[in-house]
Ligand binder design. Structure first.
Ligand code: CDT
Length: 311
């Protein structure tokens, strides 16, 4: 039996500040239907796919943005997406802001099976940006004010005939993300992102956003022998332009499908999960070639060590 899965990356254009959940869910359902027509079994939506990217605005009280968070999943507003997925027999992955019953705020991804049941959740590990108002910036990136770092870390799920992992936006820039998932045997990594083209701390990076986007996801795919699906919410949202260029990357590191324009659209590819073995069993045979005894620093320190300190 082949382990081929047709995956759709459902790129979104901007979501306006005053766009209602039901208007957004209608857009998601339209993309889900387009994915189903193409034969997709899994449709992947971006990070924070139900709302505008609200961390671009400061509120004195961190609870000031709570109306952008979901307190349950599915909710009355998102249930139609779950119902339509089950009717179509298409699974999906959806990014949203999560407010837990005990008051924690996370940037979350949920993976839903073809029968509408929840397979698993992932809460963003690497939270970028800042937590205080920085008026010198043309717009804020206050993820560190509005989201806590995941207490759970990375995990994989046996789903869609393979081993599926999730990550969100800034996570994709860190090799540790892919390697931890790789050590769990991941074969398909789903990554949603909102990446403003303007990076205020170092605008020299602005023209390199697309290059860096592919650089990190392609190397993560190749070095761990896994498919990677990167899905954007891009275009000009409330005056801020974000990267589109959604892409599906094979375990070879090659891009097999890529969005060439912004806006709501689906790109898709038939992903042969058995291709992962070509890399996992050869160059990146972890059990044979890795030297974890020399990698201790990776998990024992957060920043660069002081080499003058005795260790
Ligand atoms: N959403 C998200 O994580 N965006 C970051 C922006 C750069 S940090 C201000 C990213 O890594 O794409």
């Amino acid at each position: 039996m082949t382990r081929e899965i047709h995956v759709g990356a459902a790129q979104l254009g901007p979501i306006a500040r005053d766009e209602s959940r039901s208007e957004v869910v209608d857009r998601l359902i339209a993309l889900l239907r387009e994915g189903a027509e193409r034969g997709c079994r899994l449709v992947v939506f971006p990070e924070l796919a139900l709302t505008t990217f609200f961390p671009r605005w400061w509120t004195e009280d961190p609870a000031g943005h709570d109306h952008y968070y979901e307190q349950e999943m599915p909710s009355a507003a998102t249930q139609p997406l779950f119902d339509e997925a089950r009717r179509l027999g298409v699974g999906f992955c959806l990014g949203y802001a999560e407010l837990t019953p005990d008051g924690h705020r996370y940037n979350t991804y949920v993976l839903v099976d073809v029968d509408g049941s929840i397979v698993g959740r992932y809460r963003k590990v690497h939270i970028p940006g800042h937590d205080e108002h920085e008026p010198w910036r043309p717009f804020q990136h206050l993820e560190r004010r509005y989201f806590e770092e995941s207490p759970d870390g990375f995990g994989v799920h046996d789903a869609f005939g393979g081993v599926v992992g999730m990550a969100l936006c800034n996570d994709r820039r860190w090799p540790e993300t892919y390697r931890v998932l790789g050590l769990l045997g991941v074969e398909l990594v789903l990554i949603g992102y909102n990446t403003p083209l303007h990076y205020a701390p170092d605008p020299d990076q602005n023209p390199l956003q697309s290059f860096h986007n592919n650089l990190v996801m392609a190397s993560g795919a190749y070095q761990n022998g896994t498919w990677v699906v990167g899905v954007a919410k891009g275009g000009v949202e409330e005056g801020v332009e974000s990267l589109s260029h959604s892409q599906i990357i094979a375990p070879s590191g090659q891009v097999v499908a890529q969005a060439t324009v912004s806006g709501d659209l689906i790109i898709s590819a038939v992903c042969d999960l058995d291709l992962c073995r070509h890399y996992k069993d050869t160059l990146f045979n972890f059990a044979r070639y890795r030297r974890p005894e020399h990698y201790g620093l990776i998990s024992s320190t957060r920043g660069v060590v002081d080499r003058a300190e005795p260790r």
